[in-house]
Design a protein around this ligand. Structure first.
Ligand SMILES: Nc1nc2c(c(=O)[nH]1)N[C@H]1C(S)=C(S)[C@@H](COP(=O)(O)O)O[C@H]1N2
Ligand SMILES: [Mo]
Length: 525
């Protein structure tokens, strides 16, 4: 049996070498990351660094078009890029064995730099997964390329013209693939185990009853119309927007919160137990993301339980600016180094700003900030709702720009009055006759006073409003439409508790939230 050293076959195998080297590098990096921390693995580090540096319009585009899969799309993109680069390095190695391996080391250095550049980097150890992985990958590439070019040595081998040992190569390549698969699987497993203490601490949480419970939701607050958003959003369906590629798993038994900074007479350091021992409030609050487009899904309503933030601040000696306080900005910092800035005046103006420990009767889900997150009714999440919070610093707007503000978003983000048609869905084809048009409207902390619906270019008709739960929650509405055959557009607008009607002027979500009326087009049959 003669081995043909067909140059195309050699190139194909060289490309395979590159892929195997890349696989080995990522597998070893995964294992090392299990010893360091999951966030230091190269794909997560490069992805996180990419998120930090993505221009705002691109990030907004990604959130809008890939929704909550934006992170998956990003990681698949990084993997596809790495695969393409690995193929190129495999081909280069065929000509210059050392250069191919040097290329792998270079990418390792890029991964290490990305890991160290993350704001939540815990030190030089974060560079190790990328560096050790790259050394392994470079070695594998060097070794396999050698097998592809080295003349056969063992008995019975059939050296070709260029001289290569086919059987020896296949054995080496298979061994590399198997070893990488094993290493990668072990790394994955160990990484998944790294949050066990946090999981156990969450399972052990028993939420105490609130000293100040929420009033029962009024009977008329839920319209029960098919297709309308449920009044409370179940935790599993609640929208999620954050920059974390690996959801932080924080152990509540070792967690602490520090409150300090300008005008803090008595700095506080609180444990989770300390928080649970305090008087808890329970409140219904609708949370909204500034990246929510008109008609978009990034809004949810929950019953939260937690500690009133203004009480803690007063205990620490903080005064709002209107009473002579020095600090006008409260900067919350999370374990993943997110920074979120809220106006001290708003937090202390009597509304139920809180450090939440529970959501719809459960300890916070990890995705939504376990063990503790902040909430300020009436403010978009990016200026109020810090998840996995661990530090609160009193400062000024002049002195410090938090994460999103550094990226051009507005310093202050009061939620705009908005409304959404939940049913009928766009392009639905209801039958002529009575059609229930229904949805939600929100203007947190101002309340909703009126909702109107317009058919085509007709007059604005008053919708029926569900009973208001609180000023801080959304309000359901419905409109009985006498639908006639043909294509029609339905448009909704809301008026808030201050008498302001939602503007029809369409603006983008950047820099302080979208405005405009939501419309759907339907064809009545
Ligand atoms: N640590 C951290 N907290 C965060 C964010 C984040 O990226 N990191 N995103 C904020 C934004 S933009 C919003 S809209 C809310 C979303 O909260 P949710 O994911 O629980 O719905 O969390 C806020 N808190
Ligand atoms: Mo957001």
């Amino acid at each position: 049996m003669r081995t043909s050293p067909n140059p195309w076959v050699r190139r194909l195998l060289a490309a395979l070498n590159g892929l195997l080297a890349g696989f080995a590098a990522l597998a070893v990096a995964e294992l090392v990351a299990a010893a360091v921390r999951p966030q230091a693995s190269p794909v997560v580090a490069v992805g996180g660094a990419a998120i930090d540096r993505t221009p705002t319009p691109v990030k907004d585009f990604a959130i809008r078009h890939f929704g909550e899969n934006d992170k998956l799309v990003l990681q698949l993109g990084i993997l596809a890029t790495l695969a393409a680069l690995a193929v190129v390095l495999g081909l280069i190695a065929l000509r210059h064995r050392g250069t191919g391996s040097a290329g792998v080391l270079l990418f390792g250095a890029v991964g290490a730099a990305a890991a160290l550049s993350r704001p939540d980097s815990t030190g030089i150890a974060d560079a190790l997964p990328s560096l050790v992985g790259a050394v392994a990958g470079a070695g594998v590439l060097y070794w396999l390329t050698g097998r592809l070019t080295r003349p056969a040595t063992h008995e019975g081998a059939d050296p070709g013209e260029g001289g290569w040992d086919r059987r020896g190569f296949l054995v080496a390549a298979s061994a590399a693939a198997l070893a990488s698969a094993g290493t990668g699987a072990l790394g994955r497993y160990l990484n998944s185990m790294s949050g066990q203490n946090a999981i156990a601490s969450r399972n052990a949480v028993r939420l105490p009853p609130a000293a100040s419970p929420a009033a029962p939701v009024p009977a008329g607050a839920r319209l029960g119309i098919p297709g309308i958003s449920s009044f409370f959003t179940p935790n599993g369906d609640f929208y999620r927007v954050d920059t974390a590629l690996v959801v932080p798993r924080v152990d509540a038994t070792t967690w602490r919160l520090r409150i300090h900074g300008q005008g803090v007479a008595r700095p506080l350091s609180l444990s989770f137990e300390d928080l649970l021992r305090r008087q808890l409030i329970e409140r219904d609050i609708t949370l909204t993301c500034v990246s929510n487009e008109i008609g978009g899904p990034y809004i949810g309503n929950a019953r939260w339980i937690g500690v009133r933030l203004a009480d803690l601040l007063r205990e620490a000696g903080v005064k709002p600016p209107s009473q002579g306080g020095l600090a006008d900005q409260l900067v919350a910092r999370s374990v993943d180094a997110m920074t979120i800035g809220s106006p001290v005046e708003t937090v202390m103006d009597g509304r139920d700003a809180m450090l939440a420990v529970g959501m719809n009767g459960q300890p916070l889900p990890f995705e939504h900030g376990f063990p503790v997150r902040m909430l300020v009714p009436g403010l978009y999440g990016y200026v109020s709702a810090c998840k996995w919070i661990q530090d609160i610093e009193l400062t000024t707007f002049a002195a410090y720009d938090p994460y999103w503000v550094q990226r051009g978003w507005a310093r202050r983000g009061p939620i705009k009055t908005e409304s959404r048609i939940d049913t009928p869905k766009p392009f639905a084809s209801p039958r002529a006759g009575t059609v229930m048009v229904a949805g939600v409207a929100w203007a947190q902390h101002r309340g909703i006073e009126r909702v109107e619906v317009r058919v085509d270019d007709g007059p604005w008709n008053p919708a029926d409003l569900a009973t208001q739960d609180t000023l801080d929650t959304w309000r359901q509405w419905s409109y009985r439409w006498n639908a006639t055959p043909g294509t029609h557009s339905l448009t909704v607008r809301a008026t808030d508790g201050t008498g302001q009607t939602q503007t029809g002027t369409r603006t983008d979500t950047f820099p302080d939230g979208a405005s405009g009326w939501h419309s759907v087009v339907v064809t009545v049959t």
